[in-house]
Design a protein around this ligand. Structure first.
Ligand SMILES: Cc1cc2nc3c(=O)[nH]c(=O)nc-3n(C[C@H](O)[C@H](O)[C@H](O)COP(=O)(O)OP(=O)(O)OC[C@H]3O[C@@H](n4cnc5c(N)ncnc54)[C@H](O)[C@@H]3O)c2cc1C
Length: 368
């Protein structure tokens, strides 16, 4: 089940640049399917900490789904805890606890033309998308990759080799601050204007992403052809309590039924806009259709699905990583926290499962 964490063995640690390292994990043979992933997805790792027990952090996979091993690439954050711990401590033979791959920063089809923007360590999910599309898809791939200087370019050699191997389909444009200064929104707009029919993916520092997304909006790239991945640190701990939360939620529900309470009592809410009884919810996930008539109005959809044994995806459970995002097909929910979805995501019906409380009596959603 996606709620479980697993201990992976470190096969190799590769120094990519002076301040970034890749960590290569063995794919767990017994959980092979759980560790299948889509290009652009990430692992959540548990970095040991004397202070807090562990610090949970997400790291995008820079390897491709077809590779034998799982590789993440970590850039040191100045004064950061987890990134420096990983770069300073992990050695081949060590182990690390991880949650299986997650995330929605991935192309729906590998055959579309892709316009990729990466800044610094933002190349990690982007190179996985590029390599997979070139190996398995048929479209063109254009990459604008911004870095401080030549020595800070992660995967420089690999990109050179890919561009040589796929000269007809891949164009890589390096943007070095030392040479050209910072890439500004007008630069990005002028660049993207040549590829107005492509599907765009952007990952990098905040101002870089803001510039890219702003440019794409001005060029009227529709929402479903604009994707971004935000690199934020999780404040909470999705490890450890996971199993207990899932079981406890189910037990509470059963206990109340045994005690003769109606589901209404649990579903009732002081919010006048909330449904007064439990909600009918239909969920499409991994090609399966699930229907429940007992979603309490005060329980996030993710918690309800996990309690029912449905392996709904999640990571931070705090409304800031989007691993649990779904699309509304019918009805409405409200979110307690949302640090990741923008107004257009909301307008498109995207919501966060970990924060979603029903506000209508019937809700239908899809995770596809
Ligand atoms: C979907 C996603 C994908 C990502 N992919 C990548 C990627 O591919 N590559 C990459 O480099 N980054 C990636 N990131 C960013 C990454 O998750 C971290 O945010 C980044 O590495 C910075 O983490 P840090 O702990 O080093 O720094 P910070 O989060 O800035 O560390 C400081 C924090 O750690 C806490 N802290 C300090 N000391 C301790 C201690 N002893 N114990 C516990 N906590 C402590 C402090 O409270 C402080 O809040 C991704 C993020 C997301 C959401």
């Amino acid at each position: 089940m996606a709620t479980e964490s697993f201990v992976l063995k470190v096969l190799d640690v590769v120094e990519e640049t002076a301040d970034s390292r890749s960590v290569v994990f063995e794919r767990p043979a017994e959980q092979a399917e759980l560790f299948d992933f889509k290009p652009g997805q990430f692992l959540t790792v548990a970095v040991p900490s004397d202070q807090t027990g562990l610090a949970a952090r997400c790291y995008s996979l820079s390897s491709t789904p077809a590779d034998d091993a799982l590789k993440i690439t970590v850039k040191r954050t100045v004064d950061g805890y987890a990134s420096n711990w990983i770069c300073d401590n992990l050695q081949p033979g060590d182990t690390l606890r991880v949650l299986p791959p997650s995330g929605i920063f991935t192309p729906a089809s590998l055959d579309t033309d892709l316009l990729l923007f990466a800044g610094g360590s933002g190349i990690t999910p982007v190179i996985s998308i590029a390599k997979t599309a070139l190996a398995e898809g048929s479209g063109r791939v254009v990459l604008l990759y911004a870095n401080r200087d030549e020595s800070s370019v992660i995967f420089a050699e690999e990109l050179r080799a890919l561009a040589e191997q796929h000269a007809e389909r891949l164009t890589v444009v390096h943007w070095l601050e030392t040479v050209q200064g910072l890439p500004t929104p007008p630069h990005m707009k002028a660049f993207a204007a040549h590829f107005a029919t492509y599907e765009a993916f952007a990952c990098g520092p905040g101002p870089f992403m803001k510039g890219v997304i702003g440019a794409l909006k001005e060029l009227e790239f529709p929402r479903d052809r604009r994707h971004q991945e935000k690199f934020v640190s999780l404040a909470g701990n999705p490890f450890g309590e996971v199993e207990e939360v899932a079981v406890a939620a189910g037990e509470i529900y059963e206990a109340e039924h045994e005690a003769g309470e109606t589901p209404d009592s649990e579903g009732a809410s002081s919010d006048p806009g909330a449904p007064q009884g439990p909600v009918h919810v239909e969920v499409e996930l991994d090609g399966q259709h699930h229907t429940f008539d007992d979603w309490p109005a005060d329980k996030p959809l993710l918690d309800h699905l996990l309690a029912k044994g449905i392996p709904a995806p999640f990571s931070c459970r705090e409304g800031n990583c989007s691993a649990c995002a779904f699309r509304l097909l019918e009805g409405e929910v409200k979110m307690e926290e949302n640090d990741i979805l923008d107004d257009e995501d909301i307008a498109d019906g995207i919501r966060l499962g970990c924060q979603a409380l029903p506000t209508t009596d019937v809700v239908k959603v899809t995770y596809s």
